[in-house]
Design a protein around this ligand. Structure first.
Ligand code: ADP
Ligand code: MG
Length: 360
């Protein structure tokens, strides 16, 4: 019953989750079970487990079955290019050949280039070279489920790895990527966003004009529901993931969230999560516990939601003020909710929750 869940949308829309992410409660779902929605025709539906998360693809239309089959194949192709756990992936090749040029697929190039661009835009909040630190904490995708080894790394180890962090030292020359010796990268912060756009392209190529794709909380709402109403996409309450903080009425947009509840462990009463502050090597703890970005491109939204989370409350609000084309919902540790002005007309809050508007 929940639909959970970036950017470059301006105000146009106002005018007219195997890590712990495998928990169903952490997943976003379509609001397809409400009474109102039960009147809708049954969509073609496909469940996919990939990129360490459960994905649910729902589409309407005569080509829906074929389109979803193609979408699943594409998701598997991307996983095989991006995953640090697939030894033959482009990313594994880059990491095994640090210091040397590696030729990569066009998709890999695009995803890395976007990560570097957003790294620049966000003063290095997004930095795909933090991977060795992510691994040191035990947050490598999936391993935590089968071989738990979460730990607080020794400070000397973090300091040593921090010496090998710096997205700006990655060189991309056409399809050739070179990272400095000792550097390693991972695309965890952008992979599902890239996949979101790729699936969307496939659906559109198959003339699907009504679909809701949910790649583990990375949602894209294509067109409208068959009854012509907008899709309702909910944002989970980071303090109680069985609840939502709000729903957004969405059409042709991605809604992508980075939260402190997705992959997390607790030690001595303190929680540690999988989004790392590249400045400290510790889980980013700068006031934000959930950052959602809404926009046309899943890739942009995924990259930015991770970056806003790392930036923290003040910098993220400043960033939203300076980028009128980015729409976001930010939730802080003390449960303050900030939304960008363009979202006011499409947001419905839960349980009397209030928000503050970031005006541009
Ligand atoms: P999720 O994968 O849960 O959707 P994100 O999109 O925010 O969440 O990506 C988090 C993942 O990105 C981490 O699991 C890790 O692999 C990687 N990562 C963590 N911190 C950073 C960072 N500061 N910059 C880039 N990638 C990061
Ligand atoms: Mg992200």
């Amino acid at each position: 019953m929940l639909v959970l869940g970036m950017m470059l949308c301006g105000c146009s829309q106002t005018q007219n989750d195997t890590s712990s992410k495998t928990e169903v409660s952490v997943q976003s779902e379509v609001s397809g079970e409400s009474k109102e929605e039960s009147k809708l025709p049954e969509p073609e539906s496909r469940d996919v487990f990939a990129m360490d998360t459960y994905m649910v693809l729902k589409a309407y239309g005569s080509n829906a079955k074929k389109a979803l089959e193609e979408a699943e194949t594409e998701i598997q192709r991307l996983e095989n290019l991006f995953s640090v756990k697939v030894p033959t992936s482009d990313i594994s090749k880059i990491n095994a050949n640090s210091g040397n040029p590696v030729t990569v697929n066009a998709s890999t190039r695009t995803a890395i280039a976007k990560a570097l661009e957003v790294g620049d835009m966000t003063d290095g909040a997004l930095d795909i070279t933090v991977y060795p630190i992510v691994r040191e904490w035990g947050f490598t995708t999936g391993d935590s489920e089968t071989e738990p080894y979460y730990k607080i790394p020794d400070q000397w180890l973090l300091d040593w790895h921090l010496g090998n962090v710096g997205y700006d030292k990655i060189i991309i020359n056409e399809s050739i990527v070179t990272v400095p010796t000792q550097f390693e990268i991972d695309l965890g912060a952008v992979a599902k966003g890239y996949a979101t756009d790729a699936v969307n392209e496939i659906l559109e190529a198959n003339h699907i004009n009504s679909a809701l794709i949910n790649l583990g909380g990375n949602v894209y709402a294509l067109g409208r529901k068959p009854d012509k109403s907008k899709w309702k996409v909910g944002i989970q309450n980071p303090a109680d993931t069985n609840k939502m903080i709000c729903t957004l009425a969405i059409e042709n947009k991605a809604v992508i969230t980075s939260g402190n509840y997705e992959r997390v462990f607790e030690l001595d009463g303190k929680k540690y999560w999988h989004i790392i502050d590249p400045k400290t090597g510790y889980p980013a703890d700068n006031g934000i516990i959930s950052a959602t970005v809404i926009g046309d491109s899943g890739l942009d939204c995924d990259a930015l939601s991770t970056a806003l989370f790392v930036m923290g409350t003040e910098k993220a609000i400043e960033f939203c003020k300076a980028h009128k084309d980015i729409d976001a919902v930010l939730v802080t540790k003390d449960m303050k909710i900030y939304i960008t002005d363009c979202l006011e007309s499409i947001i419905t809050m839960e349980d009397g929750l209030k928000y503050e508007v970031i005006k541009r």
